[in-house]
Design a protein. Structure first.
Length: 399
């Protein structure tokens, strides 16, 4: 039954002939429905309705409508998620909001496995607020011990972008809240990859992108979650017109909109939102438990085959599938060149400095046969030193 399910979902995507795509953890494959929806928005909504489409085609409500759709994938109630801006901007909103609620505490706690942009945003918040805040970064395994009475906010990415190692969201949230801190979870490598239960974990804030496992397209807008009881207390640091209680009354002073809508800022990017809205239809009738089970099976198979065929590579991800997200990483001293050679052989993964070859497993469009073939092609590249060519060692801007 599960096999039939994923055979069906595969037909919903535009997958180039001959390509084995193992990079859905970085950019998802285009759903066929996204192409059709964007064409409709261009030809009908924008093309014919023009500015009337904000009302007649529901453009103005897309951030909340899509937010509720994403909420079902991350264990959040309706009215707690809105789609807007980028992940970095949403982190700025979440972090400044959490600091408003944290009293006199001064420490933002994170780990060395966090995505660097999250740390950069925290540094910017510290400089901007200029109130004696500091960022404390510890090893991932030391996070729990580092939570103390000085911590204002625990800011973590649930799944490590390099290795796929997972934090225990429920346990660390409970530990932080018991110490009087608030939590912000970055779900960039979680949402659409594994079951997430923000309500069950009692998380305070969460952010995430929609262009990875949600297949929303390059640069698709991000989302932000705020626990319902926090929403009325927040005065957004980015107080802009779409987050106003009455944006089209145009008052000169800011009054925040009710609930999650106060986390909106500027004019919604309609074409990107339309693509994302249609992309989310592939999740209709899909159980995240089924997706999780299949992704663990696929990644376990890949690890077994690669280790049998490529002893030169070192597993960088947790071996236990329950301890990692939907990706597998291997270390190789010429990882960049080897990945470029693999891409040239139509198996697409990606590379993360200094030596990580990264592979994502998206059951909606990847099956066991592709995993087996990807391991075989990787083995040929490594064993025959096919990576050792100048064109594969030349670094591109995006790795």
């Amino acid at each position: 039954m599960t096999s039939d399910l994923f055979a069906r979902t595969r037909t919903l995507f535009e997958i180039p002939d001959g390509v084995i795509y193992l990079d859905g953890n970085s950019l998802g494959v285009m759903p066929k429905a996204a192409r059709e929806r964007v064409i409709t928005e261009l030809d009908v909504s924008w093309g014919r309705e023009l500015i009337r489409a904000w009302n007649t085609c529901g453009w103005i409500d897309l951030p909340s409508k899509i937010g509720d759709r994403i909420a079902t994938l991350i264990g959040a109630p309706p009215g707690s998620v809105v789609v807007a801006d980028s992940t970095s901007i949403n982190l700025y909103k979440a972090l400044t909001s959490a600091l408003q609620l944290s009293g006199d505490r001064r420490v933002i706690l994170s780990d060395s496995g966090n995505f660097p942009t999250d740390l950069y945003v925290a540094e910017g918040v510290i400089r901007t607020l200029d109130r004696g805040l500091s960022l404390k970064i510890v090893a991932p395994e030391d996070i729990e011990a580092a939570i103390d009475a000085d911590v204002a906010v625990l800011m973590l990415t649930e799944v490590d972008y390099r290795t796929g190692r997972m934090h225990d969201m429920a346990r660390l949230t409970a530990r932080a809240q018991a110490a009087g801190a608030l939590t912000i979870w970055d779900l960039a490598h979680s949402c659409g990859a594994l079951p997430v239960d923000l309500t069950g974990a009692n998380a305070d804030f969460a952010i995430g992108c929609s262009y990875k496992y949600l297949n929303g397209g390059p640069g698709a807008p991000a989302f932000i979650y705020v626990r319902p009881d926090h929403q009325p207390k927040i005065q957004p640091a980015l107080s802009a017109w779409m987050g106003h209680a009455a944006p089209f009354a145009f008052p000169l002073n800011y009054t925040p909109a009710p609930a999650i809508d106060r986390m909106r800022t500027g004019t919604p990017p309609v074409l990107s939102l339309a693509a994302l809205d249609s992309a989310l239809t592939v999740w209709d009738g899909i159980s995240m438990q089924d997706v999780r089970q299949r992704s663990m099976e696929l990644s376990d198979l890949f690890i077994a085959r690669v280790e049998a065929l490529c002893p030169e590579l070192e597993l960088a991800s947790p071996r236990d599938a329950t301890k990692r997200g939907s990706q597998v990483s291997f270390r190789f001293h010429e990882g960049y060149a080897a990945m470029q050679a693999l891409i040239a052989d139509n198996v697409i993964g990606d590379f993360r400095a200094p030596d990580i070859m990264r592979f994502g497993f998206t059951p909606l469009y990847i099956g066991f046969a592709e995993v087996e073939e990807a391991a075989r092609r990787l083995a040929r590249i490594i064993s025959e030193n096919r990576w050792d060519r100048p064109e594969f060692k030349a670094r591109s801007k995006v790795t």
